[in-house]
Ligand binder design. Sequence first.
Ligand code: ADP
Ligand code: G6P
Length: 483
Amino acid sequence: MSKTIIISNRLPLQISIENDHLEVTPSVGGLATGLKSFHKDGDSVWIGWPGLTEEEIPEKLKGEVQKKAKDENCVAVNLSSDEIDGFYYGFSNRTVWPLFHYFMEYTEADDTYWKFYKQVNQKYADEILKYYEEGDVIWVHDYQLLLVPNMVREKAPEAVIGFFNHIPFPSYEVFRTLPWRDEVLEGVLGADLIGFHTYDYERHFLSSVSRILRYQVDFNEITLPDRIVKVDSFPMGIDYKKFEQAALDHFKNTEDQQSELQRRLNHHLESTPDAKLILSIDRLDYTKGIALRIRAFEYFLDKYPEFIEKVRLVMLAVPSRSNVPQYRRLKREVDELVGRINGKFSTVSWTPIWYFYRSMPFENLIDLYTSCGIALLTPIRDGMNLVAKEYIATRTNHTGVLILSEMAGAAHEMNEALIINPNNFEQVAQALCTAFGMPEEEQIQRNKMLQKRLRRYSVEKWANDFMKALHATRENRDAFKSI
Ligand code: ADP
Ligand code: G6P
């Protein structure tokens, strides 16, 4: 029976070693959380990296890592610490990630990183080929594996290969600055179908292909000498039912079942009746606009002191890629900003910012989503932003206001949110005032529309639509051959 081979750099499970034992936790990030539901329900094998380098896993635990992965229909790929440095911290996260998010000043062009990127992409391609059988469908994910589709195609010319990019694709003027732009585009074009979250990213990609490689592009089809490649946008959704159900369960908890966090959040809301909690959740990443958000919050408190002791910004930042200098710098900047603003505005009974720098279990995430009447998400660039969608899905009584940056892919589908430019502090402050004053009927009306759309365009539909379009390319290929 044919199967789907999913391949991404990060597996949905993160393995770590605690006191000589393996600990398994869910991975953070939109790709892993979104795709997990598709993988769980279908007949697929997922190949990827479990989060530890070869050197970090003691010999006696190596088999155990593979077993933990296998329990979840995954295959763990071994990467050495040199490979992780050059491929993951290097080319993926110091070259492609900043460039594709328009942070050109952070983008490094280093031949050694590129060498490791090719080497590890080849390793992933070889791993796919070990599991590939005729009739299988191969689905490659994200910017760490841009060369994999063509590497697989070279060895298995008949394979049906899809590629989905979870981050923005930048405009031609930005992409053209990459020294290895031709190789990267040729690498992705090994796929039969290439998917993006938004039409804009799709357009940027097609424009780069036609201007750099000079292939013929008609609407959303690229004609290669021997094949046609289709490009389309598929905005990723969430596992709506899972978040909705988790929120309903959260409200059923009796007092003794509540988490400490839930108790503290409830206590805050009960002790200050007209208070509101403003939530933000992100990986600690410079693309997420975390420092901008804190500064905008300071602007808001300066300009509208009547909100002092009435609001609290609850900020969860999950540690991410801390070997890359920009992430370490951002961590210091955020620590400093939180300290300064808490010092500036705190009173004996109130601190304006609650800042958590850690990962939290799913139940706590739901505690936060359900307790905070406002979500403030201000990315400077973001491929999609699933947190925005998860927040709305957990608002089971339909109240709550989402303030969302127009730079997030999700903003295209979430018009009923308050859409802001995160660089415009006045606009952010105004949106906060609007959110505070928004009558409940209006909140309900907006959220019901959002919920209806999110329920319909769930992650399941996203994956099915992509798969359907991918299967259709097989038929097109036969038609192309007969011309
Ligand atoms: P990105 O993919 O850039 O990290 P998204 O907003 O698209 O951004 O996705 C983040 C995902 O990570 C969401 O699905 C969210 O639920 C999950 N997540 C965020 N913080 C945590 C956390 N502390 N623990 C577990 N999952 C988290
Ligand atoms: C984003 C990327 C994913 C990545 C995730 C977490 O969602 O699109 O590919 O897995 O961030 O980042 P990490 O570097 O920890 O895998």
